[in-house]
Design a protein around this ligand. Structure first.
Ligand SMILES: Nc1ncnc2c1ncn2[C@@H]1O[C@H](COP(=O)(O)OP(=O)(O)O)[C@@H](O)[C@H]1O
Ligand SMILES: [Mg+2]
Length: 330
């Protein structure tokens, strides 16, 4: 009897427990800064999702991650990570999280294997457990051959893989990665994406920051677009792109009077918006089968000479430009 009535309760609670990171008006003002690096952030990350913070340099991504991983003390507001208040119980919170920082923080005095093993020991794992986990992760991350090598001998991509292995060794509830593929070659970037997707299929909750729109688009279940410490939009990558009032983006480079051309393009019925980004016009077009001839016609009629033209579907960069009027990359 008791069991029969217990089951639905447990299920109800599980539904309510779906959120594993929650920030409440989370704010950081660094000393001497006139505006907050992170400004009243309210965010929820669900269990098992890959959640992306996408934004340009200085948006406040690292500071947000820093507060969630107890490295940065919030000025006001709070955050709960895996049911633990990170401000009140930082030591406890640390057990629930794995962190892959942007810079290489491997211990150069230790071998590849030792970097894993001592991490486990530091997190309270028994010698046998830690040895076993280190061994398994080296296999899984294709680093077994390098177990006894000094970490200095690893390539950038391998070092990054080792840092991910280290971050998950103590089986944290949530893994944080700060710009995990910045500076990696394309092949290492793909290898890391595959690792993150594999962790994701195993149910791991992952929060990553990135300024690469492709990374956010391809990897993340949901993305928060950040700028100046604020979240400007938050949705699935598809949802964000559908929110743009365009199905085609025609990028035009032309000589002549670009302001005049911008106005002329803006007057065309199929054009829902034109963004002028140094020397290039991004023309947002909706519902047109004949976008190209119309744009070309407008260019020639306004007396400009076409230099280059590309046609794309909206990307997360389009979303960012629509929201801020500037490009994601510097
Ligand atoms: N330790 C610090 N002291 C003072 N200002 C900082 C510090 N860290 C970051 N900032 C500032 O806070 C803002 C957000 O930075 P950051 O969180 O690193 O952004 P992102 O990771 O998105 O590039 C920037 O204006 C940056 O210059
Ligand atoms: Mg950063």
């Amino acid at each position: 009897m008791a069991q029969a009535t217990l089951a639905p309760d447990v299920d109800d609670r599980r539904d309510g427990d779906d959120v594993v990171i929650r920030t409440t008006d989370l704010t950081k003002v660094y000393p001497g800064m006139d505006r907050p690096a992170v400004d009243n952030l309210n965010l929820e990350v669900r269990r098992g999702e890959i959640f992306g913070l996408l934004g340009p340099n200085g948006a406040g991504k690292t500071t947000t991650g820093g507060m969630l991983t107890t490295m940065v003390v919030p000025t006001s507001g709070g955050a709960v990570v895996g049911d633990i208040d990170v401000v009140r119980h930082p030591a406890l919170a640390k057990q629930a999280i794995g962190v892959v920082p942007q810079q290489n923080t491997l211990d150069r005095a230790l071998t590849v294997w030792e970097n894993l093993y001592f991490h486990g020991r530091f997190f309270g794992m028994s010698a046998a457990d830690s040895r076993q986990a280190a061994h398994e992760l080296l296999e899984e991350f294709h680093l077994a051959r390098w177990g006894t090598a000094p970490v200095m001998s690893l390539s950038g991509g391998m070092a990054q893989r080792l840092m991910v292995a280290r971050a998950i060794l103590h089986r944290p509830e949530i893994v944080f990665l700060d710009e995990p593929t910045a500076g990696l070659d394309p092949q290492s970037r793909l290898a890391l994406w595959e690792i993150l997707q594999r962790l994701h299929s195993g149910g791991q909750t992952i929060l990553l920051t990135t300024h690469y729109m492709e990374e956010a688009d391809q990897l993340c279940d949901r993305v928060a677009i950040m700028d100046h410490g604020h979240i400007l939009a938050l949705d699935t990558p598809e949802g964000l792109k559908e929110g743009v009032d365009a199905d085609t983006i025609v990028s035009v480079r032309a000589s002549g009077d670009l302001d005049k051309l911008e106005k002329a393009l803006g007057r065309r019925k199929i054009v829902t918006g034109v963004v002028h980004l140094d020397g290039e016009l991004r023309v947002h077009v909706k519902g047109a089968t004949e976008a190209l001839p119309i744009v070309l016609d407008t260019v020639s009629k306004s007396g400009s000479r076409l230099i280059d033209l590309t046609i794309n579907e909206p990307t997360l960069e389009t979303v960012f430009i629509s929201l801020t009027g500037k490009e994601l990359r510097d």
